[in-house]
Design a protein around this ligand. Structure first.
Ligand code: SAM
Length: 370
């Protein structure tokens, strides 16, 4: 073991030699007696032997110290070389770190630019889908799709899968593109109404929509339920005299809200007349009430007068016409611009013993008649 001053093997050997010399002195002393001449000679020989052993041990230690010192010198030289190399590498490393920092800054710039591109593409897609005049989102994002497939499938007791939802999404866009006007809600709300309508049980679908606007919501619902029922029918109630005021144009498309435009849309899409009944007037009018008395529905969408009093009046008049297990759907629930709808849902509808809440999403509240 080079360079190690304390060497257990050497120390053991030295100890044994010292012990042997002491033993020789003791034996010779015992044999010849310390007082005799022989005894003195023996003691002297023993002492010389002991001294020789000690000198040998000291010489070995000195040699080991020398080895250790050489090793330390080597190590010091090696450390000095390493320090020198590190000092030489330092500026190079500083350059590399500087370059890496520059790369990170450039990458950050690229990511920001990509975000900008994505925003532009989203805007373009939205524009192609008409979002700029519709005022609502026309995208079915993956989160919404997943929510419809999992949460709403279970709530409604129907199997909703991504391809079917994408199919309905496309139908909604096609219907909206084919006729005049717009659906006055988000894609999510439009699809949710459609899948709620499609999950009605029974052979016949009987829907009522209060607040029809251009009829696009009704046409999407009829499109969605058509393949699943022997007969599908929608009753459509709206004064058709302007957007919440006589002759007021739709604020987004600047089109008139009129019976003539609704009929034009229904005809353009080729909806068979036996699939709808249009009742022109305010839902709270007795004349309108008389035209629907005696009918029952398994789907009612309230989207007309959005004041608390207006929604409550619609509920009181039309909710008793909903069959057991039929659905009551409210648009604009939670929309800050229509606080009356939210108040009605939370204070009146939620407290009704006749209805259970199925769920809410986006701007839609869905209840089921018990
Ligand atoms: C928000 S839009 C309906 C949008 C339509 N449901 C859709 O999703 O595209 C409101 C409609 O309610 C109608 N309306 C307003 N007050 C009404 C009332 N008391 N009874 C029936 N319809 C009413 C308006 O004429 C307007 O066409």
């Amino acid at each position: 073991m080079r360079g190690n001053f304390f060497h257990p093997g050497d120390s053991g050997r030295t100890g044994r030699r010292v012990l042997l010399a002491v033993l020789v002195v003791a034996v010779l002393s015992a044999i010849y007696g310390a007082s005799s001449l022989w005894g003195a000679a023996a003691a002297t020989i023993g002492s010389v032997l002991l001294l020789a052993v000690c000198v040998g041990a000291v010489a070995r230690s000195v040699r080991q110290l020398g080895d250790r010192s050489t090793a330390l010198d080597d190590r010091t030289a090696s450390l000095a070389a390493t320090a020198e190399a590190a000092a030489a590498a330092r500026p190079l490393l500083a350059d590399d770190v500087g370059a890496l920092r520059g790369d990170v800054t450039a990458l950050r710039g690229d990511v920001t630019a990509l975000h900008g591109d994505v925003t532009v593409v989203r805007g373009d897609v939205g524009a192609l889908r008409g979002e700029q005049y519709i005022g609502f989102s026309r995208r079915l994002d993956q989160e919404t799709e997943a929510e419809l497939c999992s949460v709403w499938s279970e709530r409604l007791g129907v199997t909703l899968e991504p391809p079917y939802l994408r199919y309905l999404e496309r139908k909604l866009l096609q219907i909206e593109a084919a006729v005049a006007g717009r659906l006055a809600s988000h894609m999510y709300d439009g699809l949710l109404r459609a899948v709620v309508a499609r999950s009605v049980t029974g052979r016949e679908f009987n829907g009522l929509e209060i607040g029809v606007l251009f009829g696009i919501s009704a046409m999407v619902i009829l499109e969605a339920v058509g393949p699943f029922f022997e007969r599908a029918h929608m009753t459509l109630i709206d004064p058709f005299e302007g957007y919440y005021a006589p002759d007021e144009l739709d604020p987004m498309t600047r089109l008139p809200v009129s019976r003539r435009l609704l009929q034009r849309n229904l005809d353009r899409l080729g909806v068979p007349p036996e699939q709808y009944t249009v009742i022109q007037g305010y839902s709270a009018d007795d004349a309108v009430g008389r035209q629907v008395s005696g009918r029952t529905f398994n789907f009612v969408l309230i989207d007309g007068d959005h004041s608390f009093e207006g929604v409550t009046a619609d509920f009181e008049r039309y909710a008793p016409m909903i069959q057991p297990r039929g659905y009551l759907v409210l648009d604009d629930y939670g929309a800050p611009e229509w606080p009356g709808v939210t108040r009605f849902v939370e204070e009146v509808l939620s407290a009704s013993p006749l209805f259970e809440c199925v769920g809410t999403a986006s701007r839609t509240a869905v209840f089921r008649r018990i």
